[in-house]
Design a protein around this ligand. Structure first.
Ligand SMILES: NC(=O)c1ccc[n+]([C@@H]2O[C@H](COP(=O)([O-])OP(=O)(O)OC[C@H]3O[C@@H](n4cnc5c(N)ncnc54)[C@H](OP(=O)(O)O)[C@@H]3O)[C@@H](O)[C@H]2O)c1
Length: 250
């Protein structure tokens, strides 16, 4: 029997996801399925990972991330090939709040990509993990999901939905071998945060955030802030009374 971990990475062209893959392959050879929308980009990442870990098997799947039939089919074919150890759901887009306020189509797209699509992948793979009673699903949320703010509540509320979704799934699988991990990165140095970087914002390193996520998955930790300091920052933000919070320009 093949003892290599079976890992499915949805949104595999994400910089955070790519660094998680590198860490997994540094530890041991694995069977990776990389799921993305951009064939050329994901093939480049797969080629790089194959060089890093020749003993690993790396497959690539491209699809529409809102196609419910394709999501179900992906989960079922992955589950049929054998027990899945890890599913990482990483895709997302940092929508522009002002655009979403004036353009409902952009608003809908942001909500779909950041909330509906990851929830559908999680649901489809949960069904497969439930059949074997083990495995870990990690969804990448964000610190932005902890409290709605005027600067980015379209993105933030999408990530908030993922928090509730992960919480519900954790409850569903309590007492089984299935683990649900919600990762909440703070601003991280990836292409998504390029505009923040240009404004001079301090960003966490993608390597460090990926390390925190991989560690939390190994432990089956229900919620991980990355870097960990965000846990305390967001606890304060969540608890600020409205009369203070509503005066802040954030
Ligand atoms: N970087 C941060 O500051 C930060 C902070 C908190 C949370 N996060 C979360 O971390 C996760 C990974 O992001 P990242 O930082 O690694 O950013 P990234 O490198 O820009 O990756 C974003 C990923 O989302 C995919 N994506 C975007 N729109 C999509 C769509 N319509 N359909 C399918 N896939 C789509 C991208 O695919 P393409 O390559 O095809 O564009 C890419 O794989 C996201 O969920 C993000 O919200 C990031």
């Amino acid at each position: 029997m093949d003892s290599r971990n079976r890992i499915v990475v949805v949104g595999a062209t994400s910089a955070i996801a790519e660094h998680c893959c590198r860490l997994w392959l540094q530890g041991a050879a694995a069977q990776l399925t990389l799921v993305a929308r951009d064939a050329a980009k994901v093939e480049r990442i797969a080629a790089d990972l194959r060089v890093r870990s020749p003993a690993s098997t790396i497959d690539v799947v491209t699809m529409d991330f809102l196609d419910t039939a394709a999501i179900r089919q992906l989960a079922q074919s992955s589950g049929a090939a054998g027990p899945i150890d890890i599913v990482l759901i990483a895709h997302g887009v940092l929508s522009v709040q002002a655009t979403c306020e004036s353009d409902l189509a952009a608003c809908r797209e942001a909500l779909e990509v950041n909330a509906v699509s990851p929830a559908l992948f999680a649901e489809a793979f949960a069904g497969e993990l439930a059949k074997v009673g083990k495995g870990t699903i990690c969804i990448i949320g964000s610190v932005a999901g902890d409290r709605g703010r005027k600067a980015n509540y379209v993105y933030g509320s999408s990530k908030g939905l993922l928090s509730r979704y992960a919480e519900g799934m954790e409850h569903r699988f309590a007492g089984t071998g299935v683990r649900i991990v919600l990762a909440k990165p703070g601003p991280t140095d990836t292409p998504m945060a390029a505009a923040l970087k240009a404004q001079g914002r301090r960003l966490a390193s993608v390597e460090g955030v990926a390390r925190d996520i991989v560690r939390a998955i190994a432990k089956g930790k229900p919620v991980v802030y990355a870097p960990w300091q965000w846990q305390w920052i967001m606890m304060i933000v969540r608890h600020l009374p409205r009369f203070v919070f509503n005066r802040l320009n954030i």
